[in-house]
Design a binder for this molecule. Sequence first.
Ligand code: PHE
Length: 360
Amino acid sequence: MTDIDQIKAEALSAIGAATTLEALDAERVRLLGKQGQVTALLKSLGGMSPEQRQSEGPRINGLREAVSDAIASRKAALEGAALEARLASERIDLSLPAPERPRGSVHPVSQVMDELAEIFADMGFAVATGPEIEDDWHNFTALNIPETHPARAMHDTFYFPGQMDRDGRRMLLRTHTSPVQIRTMTSQQPPIRVIAPGRVYRSDSDATHTPMFHQIEGLVIDRGIHLGHLKWTLETFLKAFFERDDVVLRLRPSYFPFTEPSAEVDVGYSLKDGKRVIGGSEGWMEVLGSGVVHPRVIRACGLDPDEYSGFAFGTGVDRLAMLKYGMDDLRAFFDGDLRWLRHYGFQALDVPTLSGGVGA
Ligand code: PHE
């Protein structure tokens, strides 16, 4: 056997014996690397006589080709085996039980707040917030409800006895979201278009009242705003919320110290199998209070009522949720009963969108 034949036989058997990619690569370096055995033979061609080169050239080149082919095919084989092994070890057993569904659910109040934010965002309203622990100036005085006003007694306010803020104002739990009107008007310039959702508190408790409940306030302040804008906004909002075009509104004259004129808004319902269904006008349900912002409120916030006007409304979120999703006991909202939450709760991915009908 010539030298080259022997080198080739040894090389091919070493390649075949490599059982890992690392071992194979070491062989490649030993044979074809810069200092490799085959490389050295190729280099030796330069020092040969033309005749010698003619006979040895094809043999050495043939050796190089055979070695690199053998390395390539061994590499493919080792990689294939590695993949097979991985596939075998990472197999998924499809007969295993599926993971449990997530158990938590979104409370109807949160869901309805998200629906409302979505509807009003589409009409260009931003979301404003204010503290739940308020002072009596924001909650009452600035809203045209002075100390001696009978409306103060109507609100069943929770006061913090003996607690005053730096300006000597009595502290309380806000009785409505209307103080956010004041906080918004004193901190930002018109045009103002905000909604303010949040918790409010009144000392009141029976089947239809809980000491804590949720409201959402709406406020628009700009030049030339009038009752017509209020009516359009409420109609558009209630149709989008109840996902029906046949929602009928009834504006009833009413009284709030901070709006003039004031209107309470009823939504018409019809009776289907003894159940109230929104739409039609067989009966009426009160859903919100509203009106044109009183000039005194605008002035209390440092704005000129001759330049700016606006409208405001406030509605009970819990009540809207009850009407839309057919729940009839308000207290169940806050009992934390898991069966109730599972039944009336929403999936976390059920994000309200206008295109899907907000409640989809
Ligand atoms: N704040 C009033 C309430 O709680 C509702 C309301 C808000 C009325 C804004 C008119 C304008 O009953």
